[in-house]
Every structure is written in C-alpha cells, then in structure tokens.
Ligand binder design. Sequence first.
Ligand SMILES: Cc1cc2nc3c(=O)[nH]c(=O)nc-3n(C[C@H](O)[C@H](O)[C@H](O)COP(=O)(O)O)c2cc1C
Length: 464
Amino acid sequence: MHLGVFEVAAPQVGGTLSWSHPYSDSVHHREQQHWIEVAQLLEAAGFDFLFFADGYGYPSVGGDLPEAAARGGLNFTGIDPMLLIPTLAHHTSRLGFVVTSSTGIDHPVAMARRFATLDHLTGGRIGWNVVTGASQDTIAGLFGHDGMTPHDTRYEIAREYVDLCLQLWEGCWEDAALVQDKESGVFADRSKLHRVEHVGKHFRSSGFFTVVPSAQRTPVLFQAGSSAAGREFAAAQAECVFLQGTTPAHAAANVADLRARAAAAGRDPRSVKVLVGATVTVAATHDEALARRAEFEALQTDEVAAVIYAGNTGIDLTALDPDRPLSQINEAAADSRIGQMGQSNIDRFRRPDGSWPLVREVLDELRGRGTRGFTVVGDPVEVADQLEEIMDVTDVDGFLLEAIFSPGDHRLFCDLVVPELRRRGRLPEPDHAPGTGSLRERLGADSPRLPSDHPGARYVPTPA
Ligand SMILES: Cc1cc2nc3c(=O)[nH]c(=O)nc-3n(C[C@H](O)[C@H](O)[C@H](O)COP(=O)(O)O)c2cc1C
C-alpha cells in the first residue's frame, strides 16, 4: 500500500472548515518548524511522500471574493509550498515530496529549472503534481489575461508544456556530459550536450538546459483532474495519479479507464500508480473516533460547501433552486465558466443512469466532504479493514490521507493504523537507516530514471 499525506501550506484543506478547532494546528502553516515535525513524523512511520496542493486562485462568486471565503479562510490564503521543500529535505532522508504546480502560467523552461533544482536539493525525492489549475477565473484576473483558457485547451497546453520539460530534463545532457574534474579543469563535455529545438503550438524553445542532470532527471510526474481530458493526459504522461474517489464503483471505473488508456498509449498500465484521497478519523476505540468526527461535522455548513464548490466549478449552489436537479446549470443563461473551470467536481455527482441529484442533495453530500475522497472512521482495525476493502474493490495502489485536524490526525494514523497495516503485510517494516533511494524507486520503479515506456524516455540522447 503506497501512502502519502495530502496537505496545503494554508489554513484549510479539502473544502471543509476545521482550522479554528482546538485539535487543529494548521494556523502554524507559515512556520518551518511545523512542517519539519510533520515531515519527520511521516518519514519515521514509513510514508512514501508528503504532497502539497497549491494554486494561485481563490473562490469567486459574482466576480468577487465572497465574504465567507475571507472570514472562513476557505481556499483563500496560503504560502508557496515549493519554497519549504529544501528545508524539509534537509531534515529527512527518505521521505518523498510532491508539489503541485499548474501549467500554462509561466514558460516550461522556468518550471523545468525549478524542479531540476529541487531534485538536486532533495537527492532525487521530488515529484511534480501537474494540474491545469483550479479557480481559473480568478487566476485569469490576477495574471491579467483577457479571459479564461477553455478547459480542454488547458489540457492541450499541459501536454505540450510537460513534453517540453521532458526534452529539457532528458534530452540535453548525455549521462557522461558532466565531467566536473578539478585536475583537468573540465566541467562539461560540449560534444555530449544537445540543443533542444522545440517549435510547438503553444511554446517555442531553442537552446541548452543549464541545470546538470539530477538523480531522477524528470521529477516523478503526478496528475490530478479526472475529466476525460484529464484522464487522457494522465494516461499519456503521468506516473502517479491522484484520483478523487466518491464511491468505490466510481473510483473503480476511473481506475479501469485510466489503466486502459495507459495501455492504449503503449505503457505498462500497472506502472501508473493510482492513489485515492481518504479522510481517516481514527482513535483507540470506535466511539472515540465517532466523537472526533462529530467535532468536525459540527463545524460544517452549507455556506462552507458552497464557497469551495464555487472556487472549483464556478457554480454558486446557493443561487440555484435547491429543489431542482443540478442539471439546471445547463440552462440558457448559464455562466460561461461552468464546465470550463473543472469537470471532476461536476461529473462526480452524475448518477450511473445519467440523472442528476437535487441541489439540496448536492449540498448535503458536499457538507463535511468538500473535495475529499473516501471517509473512513473507526478504531485501528476498522480503519485498516476499510482501507483494504477500498484497495481490493477499486484496484488503487494506495491513499493520499486528507486530515481533518492537521497534524493531529497524522499522528493518530502513524501511531494506531500504521502498525496494524504492517501486521497485515500491507506496509513494509520500518527502515531507520538513512535513505538513499529516489521517490521513483520508492513508488515501485527499478531505477531513479523514467521507465523506457514513458514518452519522455524517447528524448534520452544516444551517445555518439
Ligand atoms: C484530486 C484533485 C486534486 C487537485 N489538486 C489541485 C491543486 O492542488 N491545485 C490546483 O490548481 N488544481 C487542483 N486540482 C484541479 C486541477 O487543476 C484540474 O485541472 C481542474 O479540476 C480541471 O480539470 P478536471 O476537469 O479534469 O478536473 C485538483 C483536482 C483534483 C480532481
């Protein structure tokens, strides 16, 4: 079972409200020591990685920041998690780090340089969660764009963006190009450096990548966004997919679709790891776990659910008729942002027969759930049973844990659930020796480098 923790360098995670509860310490998210303690805790427990969601946008209703988003600290403020990574890498030796960064804002050369730098500074423990970006309406405003780039065009841009990054990481330096020999005074062998020439639909680049090859070269490529375009993108380029799971049947269908698309793209479908979000509330006893979850439920309101949903989809649920189906968003004067900002959070509500729930039911479902995946509550044995069942039914490779009270929930999971999963053979025994492996190997690959069936591998130059 692969395990990561889903976090944000912000007060609030997952489209729910809990930062103000005494159990939560997320108001310390601007302090390095807070994250050092989280990273060391996860590393000691044997987690594969710490994952940070991120983005420039924020929720908007009627073209403005809702008062509730500011008051509630709901997907509104946060710091850039990428800048935490070197510190966290310095205080750990095995834990991987995955940072979300969206395509389509800056040039791929800038992104490639940042992640190559992080791969050096982490000793090959970095992953990039490639997204086309939530809250595109506010991003367009902030960055002074004329308007929002259409949903599927954003994925088309993402494909080319990642492709150019792959050329820079894999295609410029032969393995033997870095000499760095003080005696001879030769730093790099010019004959082993290759110019990248890219003229695409959205980007151009001609020149040499100036960061020397790192352990993984290409960071482990994660992806999140489960629309059809998102899955097609993931199947082509992602090595690890963060899936939003609602029901086991919904998740199982998405996993099967993703693996089929990867196979059709000529890749080993099992080499694409799929992790699903899970909000686990565990305590020593069943009743204590229920009581902890009830503390969280008591903070949730329709207003919280609606603000976060607006940030992800452009849909203001409070302006819709609660007693009519969600499909009313498709009516004549519908907001042009709908369906263009993100489809995963709309599609997740469509029933298997194609019908839509009432808006009232959508709010009921979102309250306390937000953008989170599976809800798991219980004592350690009950939690382990439920996690195993989700894995067996859906064919996912593991979980991204989305705490409600951070970092207290991480501690409870490490203390109570990890030993139980180890007892069942789902997690390896703890390894306290300083680590040397890459994140890619941690996730099952046999080398720190991209596998040969990944499209980026075709850019590796053949030595003359
Ligand atoms: C599980 C999940 C996690 C996501 N995490 C982020 C994130 O951290 N930052 C961000 O800007 N967008 C995030 N997104 C949204 C993506 O940017 C995605 O591109 C957007 O939802 C539009 O694509 P879609 O229609 O395929 O969902 C996430 C989406 C999903 C489903």
